[in-house]
Design a protein. Structure first.
Length: 143
């Protein structure tokens, strides 16, 4: 019997237009052993292309300068990667904004300054769920 394989990490694509904030977010993501940060993108078109090629489990949309186009990016991501978890981070987390993004298809919505720990906890939960689902798959389905 072969030794148990290491669980596949939760794969993540990060879209953040601010280099400073993106660097902080990427550092946090890389610190989570159960995650693999596949790529970081600074503009919506690059993120959509990366999502199409890399097929991440999670796409993190960190809203910023392109505020008006983020809803379109979210809709396109959900169309392309129906099963991906899309996490929206925003400096503006007023209830109408949160509600609009969740209704448009975001799986999770966090305030990027006040709920950074909640984001980390949610990613750990998603990684654990992926690992648990993988261990319950029939062995021939994993091959």
């Amino acid at each position: 019997m072969p030794p148990p394989a290491h669980p596949a990490p939760l794969t993540v694509l990060l879209l953040e237009d601010s280099p400073l904030i993106g660097s902080r977010q990427a550092r946090m993501l890389r610190s989570i052993r159960e995650l693999e940060l596949l790529a970081s993108a600074r503009d919506p078109r690059a993120a959509l292309l990366a999502a199409q090629i890399l097929l991440p489990d999670v796409v993190i949309l960190s809203l910023g300068r392109y505020e008006g186009s983020w809803m379109k990016v979210l809709e396109e991501l959900k169309r392309m990667r129906r099963h991906a978890t899309v996490v929206v981070l925003s400096n503006c987390s007023v209830p109408p904004m949160r509600s609009a993004y969740l209704q448009a298809g975001a799986s999770l919505f966090f305030d990027k300054t006040m709920e950074f720990d909640a984001l980390r906890s949610a990613l750990l939960r998603l990684a654990a769920e992926k690992s648990a689902a993988r261990t319950t798959e029939p062995e021939d389905a994993r091959a």
